[in-house]
Design a binder for this molecule. Structure first.
Ligand code: NAP
Length: 214
């Protein structure tokens, strides 16, 4: 099982403005590289706030690409994903999972979405170690986590992130923007999750940094 966290941020680590505008912080070359990384994973995972705010497809869209599409996974305790969003509308073409804490909603099932009920822990959210195991049982063992900040924070807090793919654009959004990583409950620096940089590549005006745990 491996978990990769993708962050596409401003220089000051913001993933959206205060109003939620996030398209596009990084440049075309970074976005193309994100599509290549998606293609190398079994599943792409986002939180429900990202699914509702951006209505993403989370598919691999590269010129000439006709390989397999990774499954899409939404962490959505209360099944707020709506039938009119792209993920639900295309669920019969690309496997789409909702991770909930309750019994599957008939509307999502009817649209072809697979709902996995995972027991909740604090804040009534699905417990991530169980989520990862449930996805592995579906044959999805290489996860590409694309945010948002709360979900990134939860995966890091649980110690589940093996690799960070960080795309950094040369703009500043400021403190009122949305942070790339939500609360980590770090009380002392010694407790901070630690990563080592293993690669840096310039992509146009952006930097693409890869970090490995440890
Ligand atoms: N720049 C980028 O590349 C990028 C990428 C992604 C997102 N974004 C932006 O980020 C913003 C959304 O980020 P966000 O931090 O507000 O929300 P988020 O991380 O996308 O979603 C958070 C929601 O996911 C659900 N959830 C279920 N299990 C969870 C768990 N274990 N840990 C955390 N959340 C869990 C919770 O809702 P329930 O309690 O209802 O389950 C929670 O409110 C949007 O503005 C989007 O545009 C930017």
């Amino acid at each position: 099982m491996s978990v990769t966290l993708k962050l596409a941020t401003s220089l000051d680590g913001r993933i959206a403005t205060a109003a939620g505008e996030s398209r596009w912080i990084t440049g075309a070359q970074s976005r193309e590289q994100v599509h290549r990384l998606r293609a190398a994973h079994d599943a792409v995972l986002v939180g429900i706030e990202t699914a509702l705010a951006d209505d993403p497809e989370l598919t691999v869209r590269l010129p000439g690409y006709n390989g397999r599409q990774p499954a899409r996974v939404v962490l959505d305790s209360r099944q707020r994903l709506t039938p009119d969003c792209k993920l639900v509308k295309t669920a019969r073409d690309v496997p789409t999972y909702v991770i909930a804490t309750e019994d599957p909603s008939p509307a999502l099932l009817a649209a072809g979405v697979k709902v996995l009920a995972v027991r909740a822990v604090g804040e009534d959210r699905p417990e991530l170690k169980t989520v990862v195991k449930a996805l592995a049982a579906e044959g999805l063992s290489d996860l590409f986590v694309e945010g948002g900040g709360q979900v990134a924070g939860s995966f890091l807090r649980c110690g589940l992130v093996d690799t960070i793919e960080w795309f950094r654009a040369p703009i500043l959004i400021g403190g009122e923007g949305r942070p790339a990583v939500g609360a980590l409950a770090v009380a002392a620096l010694a407790e901070a999750p630690h990563f080592r940089r293993v690669e840096v590549t310039a992509l146009g005006d952006d930097l693409w940094e890869r970090y490995a745990r440890g």
